[in-house]
Design a protein around this ligand. Structure first.
Ligand code: ATP
Length: 358
């Protein structure tokens, strides 16, 4: 096991494209860190630099305290798990899992022992003599994980390993990977574009955009204290809504609404009267109960009943919000509705810099 440290790491591709800018991060020994961000934000490039599959243009990469910038992938003692399982079709599960060990010259008996142990952990023991084509997608992905585990590496690097699985299997495999991490305690870096996967799996999450880290924090910290509009909007489902407005003596006022801010927040923002802001509202801070807080007059747009809850999109002046309400609410599209919101849970972002200033 090993800590991984990136210090001002950058990546310029040959065409001059700056894919990763000044990436600095210390990943603790045994930590499970998730890189998340939209397509093209540089998360795979960063992972591939850690793996040694991509040259580092600038900065320092340390694994277990050793600078490994110029070290071959093989020497880095890490195991990578990809989206495509890349199993050898003509080999059995046992042979696939033991293949890397065989290449390394590990004695046969030791290979068998390690493969059996990994197979037990992954509940593959009864499938060891099958070939990949005789397995389901989830089982294949387990074999790919097994192949990584048997090597007993210092770290696991996983690049969207669950993307090829259907939704139900993804949830199951998420749990399997986390259990494995608890059992083995191996430092893991996991790349995904799925914020739910990031939230449920990471000890810490690194949110990236345009080759840059936006925020590094625990899942709930990210949710409760997003540093900017991007993180606020990216983490959470349904997403945070934003209403444009301006600061006006302890309130935020915009087209069709005025919301009084809690005293502490109002005091923090008192220095900027008239400042253009974006009010960040999460779906769950709304209620139809008039005692629940600040009133917001809206017009119902779309009503999506999900059983336990109903997701409602509404127009507020020229803006819009999404509310998560009780499963049995009776709201009708195109009819007016008054929502009440818990102002303590609002976020105020500066409209120009998009930084969280509330
Ligand atoms: P995705 O989720 O789509 O895989 P990502 O966040 O993992 O996205 P990367 O694959 O790291 O993104 O790519 C980051 C940026 O670098 C993208 O804009 C991509 O087009 C660019 N890029 C990737 N590989 C190369 C390359 N070999 N040459 C030039 N540009 C590249």
């Amino acid at each position: 096991m090993a800590a991984i440290s990136l210090q001002q790491v950058r990546k310029f591709y040959d065409n001059g494209f700056h894919a990763v800018r000044d990436f600095s991060l210390d990943i603790g020994d045994g930590e499970f860190v998730v890189f998340v961000g939209p397509s093209g934000c540089g998360k795979s490039t960063t992972l591939r630099m850690i793996a040694g599959l991509e040259d580092i243009s600038d900065g320092l990469l340390r694994i277990g305290g050793t600078v490994v910038n110029d070290m071959e992938p093989k020497q880095r003692d890490i195991a990578m798990v990809f989206q495509s399982y890349a199993l050898y079709p003509h080999m059995t599960v046992r042979q696939n899992m033991g293949f890397a060990l065989r290449l390394d010259g590990v004695p046969k008996a030791a290979i068998a022992e390690r493969v059996d142990e990994a197979a037990r952990m992954l509940q593959l023991d009864h499938l060891l003599e099958r070939r990949p084509k005789e397995l389901s997608g989830g089982q294949r992905q387990r074999v790919a994980l097994g192949r990584a585990i048997v090597r007993k590496p210092q770290a696991f690097l996983m690049d969207e390993p669950l993307s090829n699985l259907d939704a139900k299997l993804r949830v199951e495999m998420r749990a399997s990977i986390l259990k494995l991490h608890r059992q083995l305690g191996v430092t893991t870096v996991y790349v995904t574009h799925d914020q739910v996967e990031a939230m449920t799996m990471g000890d810490r999450i690194v949110v990236m955009k345009g080759g840059e880290i936006q925020q590094v924090a625990s899942p709930m910290e990210l949710y409760d204290r997003p540093v900017n509009v991007f993180v606020g909007g990216f983490i959470g489902s349904p997403a945070m809504s934003f209403l444009e407005g301006e600061l006006r003596g302890g309130s935020v006022a915009g087209d069709g609404y005025t919301v009084r801010l809690p005293a502490g927040m109002a005091a923090r923002l008192a220095a900027w009267p008239g400042r253009a802001v974006k009010l960040g509202v999460r779906p769950e801070i709304f209620s139809l109960d008039p005692t629940a807080g600040e009133a917001l007059n809206a017009v119902v747009d779309v009503v999506e009943p999900l059983g336990a809850e109903t997701i409602v999109s509404l127009r507020v002046g020229s803006g819009s919000v999404v509310a998560r309400l009780d499963g049995h609410v009776k709201l009708v599209p195109e009819q007016p509705a008054t929502l009440y919101l818990d102002a303590e849970r609002l976020h105020v972002f500066d409209a120009a810099s998009e930084a969280n200033i509330g």
